[in-house]
Design a protein around this ligand. Structure first.
Ligand code: NAD
Length: 266
């Protein structure tokens, strides 16, 4: 059976854990050769690359800090050296540095903005340049596909995380403005906005039963998400099945953005 992403090359940043790991697995299962970027936990990215290759796929683990332009460019060089080009880029790297607003340090603010927003800028810029350099390929209707990993917090305000919410609000207009600019070249730029997905970034919210029960009150669909839920969405958004989807955010959140507190109130 033909796979949706056969003969395409995908790059996923922050692929050594959580959502990035799940997205890389899903893209590989859909037939793409995958470049797994890691910043920390190199061993985990390398292990996944080995597993993909043993299963008959193609994968390469590449270390890079997405806040550093030279390292991002070297990551794309490594991608070109091994696979010739890249067709799909998932700008997934992100982190949180939570604190009450008055206590938030400038470093906490800058680290989150640098990783979650500037990291997307640098990754997307290298991606657009590579799509243009390489030109059209018969493997996809689009010249290239860029997926920004956003969050429900691109629209839901989040007290004690103003840095994180500001970064994801920034991703929203970054994605839309870039999509508007490059769509005429048939480059498709979209975002995925996950709700609560079980990864280390939010383990405090699901590790204990009382915390998980509190979290579930925010999720009408009644379960916490898994990286694979995001992986499946990424495969669709990267494939020609979504060829007319341009400049939009796909919320994969079990209904979190339906504001369930209003179901029997307000
Ligand atoms: P995670 O901590 O497992 O993954 C984040 C990844 O980003 C890690 O692999 C980390 O090494 C990488 N990273 C951090 N700084 C980096 C840098 N400077 N350069 C390169 N990589 C860097 O957490 P996750 O939940 O998998 O988060 C992935 C993305 O999903 C993030 O953008 C996050 O904001 C977003 N997200 C997560 C959730 C959730 O519920 N887990 C919800 C909404 C959005």
């Amino acid at each position: 059976m033909e796979k949706l992403l056969e003969n395409q090359v995908a790059l996923v940043t922050g692929a050594s854990s959580g959502i990035g790991y799940g997205v890389a697995q899903a893209l590989a299962n859909a037939g793409a050769a995958v470049v797994l970027n890691y910043h920390t936990h190199a061993e985990s990215a390398k292990k996944l690359a080995d597993e993909i290759e043993k299963a008959g796929g193609a994968a390469l683990a590449v270390g890079a800090d997405v806040t550093d332009r030279d390292q991002v460019e070297s990551m794309f060089d490594a991608c070109r050296a091994r696979f010739g080009t890249v067709d799909i880029v998932v700008a997934n790297s992100g982190l949180q540095r939570d604190s009450a607003f008055a206590e938030m340090t400038l470093e906490d603010w800058q680290t989150v903005l640098a990783t979650n927003l500037t990291g997307q800028f640098l990754t997307a810029q290298s991606a657009v340049k590579e799509f243009r350099r390489r030109g059209p390929r018969p493997v996809s209707k689009a010249l290239g596909k860029l997926i920004c990993m956003s969050s429900v917090h691109e629209v839901i305000p989040w007290a004690r995380r103003v840095n994180y919410a500001a970064s994801k609000g920034g991703v929203l207009m970054f994605m839309k403005s870039l999509a508007q600019e490059v769509a005429p070249e048939r480059i498709r730029v979209n975002s995925i906005a996950p709700g609560a997905i079980r990864t280390r970034i939010n383990k405090d919210a699901w590790e204990s039963k009382p915390e998980q029960d509190r979290l579930l009150q925010l999720i009408p669909y009644g379960r916490v998400g898994n990286p694979d839920d995001i992986g499946k969405a990424a495969v669709w958004l990267a494939s020609d099945e979504s060829d007319y989807v341009v400049g939009t955010t796909l919320f994969v959140d079990g209904g979190m953005t339906l504001y369930p507190e209003f179901a029997d109130n307000g």
